[in-house]
Ligand binder design. Sequence first.
Ligand code: AMP
Length: 112
Amino acid sequence: MADCVFCRIAAGEIPAKVVYEDDGFLAFEDISGQAPVHLVVIPRRHVARLTDLDDAGFAGGWLLAANQAARAAGVAESGYRLVANCNADAGQEVFHIHMHLLGGRRLGWPPG
Ligand code: AMP
């Protein structure tokens, strides 16, 4: 989508610090990092919200891409957290599905 910031990152039109990519997915540093490692893991294909997901293979591929991104970022063994915000109460700001991959420090629980 032309007006989607994450589609534009996937197309190389907006710069991003890419940590992992494959044919279907991309992980890059969050512009407003909340931890020493804070990546955004997206599919290249535009899907607006988690509730729009309808393909188990695609969804599973997204999760495996996040695991690969964790390895690339060096937090696979120390630990990491995946967070996906959906709609207003979760504070979703960018309507192109994404997982936040957070690590590099001990993370508090529960999240706010
Ligand atoms: P959410 O609130 O779950 O929709 O999170 C959107 C995330 O995207 C926020 O953590 C933003 O800091 C991040 N973000 C927005 N624009 C960019 C960008 N151009 N490059 C990297 N991260 C971005």
